[in-house]
Design a protein around this ligand. Structure first.
Ligand SMILES: [Zn+2]
Length: 239
């Protein structure tokens, strides 16, 4: 039996190179904008070399601490899980999906005003079995989640089809802000904080740059539900 190792140790520093496998490798591949299969092979090595060349790093095709930092991949991501990690300014930007994207669909998490929830929380609700009150999905429905403090977090991999809007999933990106309901959960409400509005705007602008032909819509445009509790189509018309 072959045991796949996450990384190889050289001296005291953990490095990732040809032959490395696992979640961190997958994260490195995501940051490099290449297919993320979690296996560090020739394609990954070439992409690492190219990245190192462009960023003035030592070009050896090995991801050590310096390259890792430049890639914006946090070493601690092993503990926190692959996604749900706040995007750092070092990150080169949003990753483009290999899917053809013609819609960016805005949602709310349908949670009470003033309460914080994370990608981890939402992922847990979405992946729990139906028998336990969950949705029984393979992952969180959305590709991005904007927290109440305005920070943008990756949810489902952008290359993976979401489960956020029936009949539109295969060709869309799902964006969700935390909130959307009154404190007592009786009514839908636009609960976006100022920071959240800014975060959404920055994210949507970035996505429009990646997918210039994609239209920004609200979930309500395609379903008889109030989500995302405001008129996204009108608000983001000029983006
Ligand atoms: Zn929705």
């Amino acid at each position: 039996m072959i045991v796949a190792t996450e990384s190889q140790q050289t001296g005291r520093a953990t490095v990732y190179k040809r032959g490395s496998r696992g979640d961190v490798v997958r994260q490195i591949q995501k940051a490099l904008n290449i297919y993320a299969d979690g296996i560090f092979g020739k394609v990954t090595e070439d992409a690492v070399r190219e990245f190192q060349r462009r960023n003035g790093l030592k070009v050896d095709g090995i991801v050590g601490a310096m390259t890792m930092e430049k890639l914006g991949v946090a070493m601690t991501s092993q503990q926190t899980g692959l996604s749900g990690v706040a995007m750092t300014s070092q990150q080169t930007g949003l990753r483009r999906s290999v899917r053809r994207i013609d819609e960016i669909i805005v949602h709310c998490s349908a949670t009470p005003e003033g309460k914080d929830y994370t990608v981890k929380d939402i992922r847990a609700w979405h992946t729990a079995p139906v028998s336990k009150g969950g949705r029984g999905w393979s992952d969180i429905a959305y590709h991005y989640v904007v927290y109440r403090d305005g920070s943008v977090h990756e949810g489902r991999d952008v290359n993976s089809v979401g489960t956020h809007c029936a009949r539109h999933n295969s060709h869309s990106i799902g964006v969700c802000y935390v909130g959307g309901m009154t404190k007592d959960m009786k009514r839908d409400k636009d609960t976006r904080t100022d920071a959240q509005k800014k975060g959404l705007l920055t994210l949507l602008r970035g996505l429009r740059r990646l997918y210039p032909k994609a239209r920004i819509r609200g979930h309500r445009d395609f379903a008889s539900k109030p989500c995302p509790s405001f008129d996204a189509t009108t608000e983001y018309m000029g983006l």
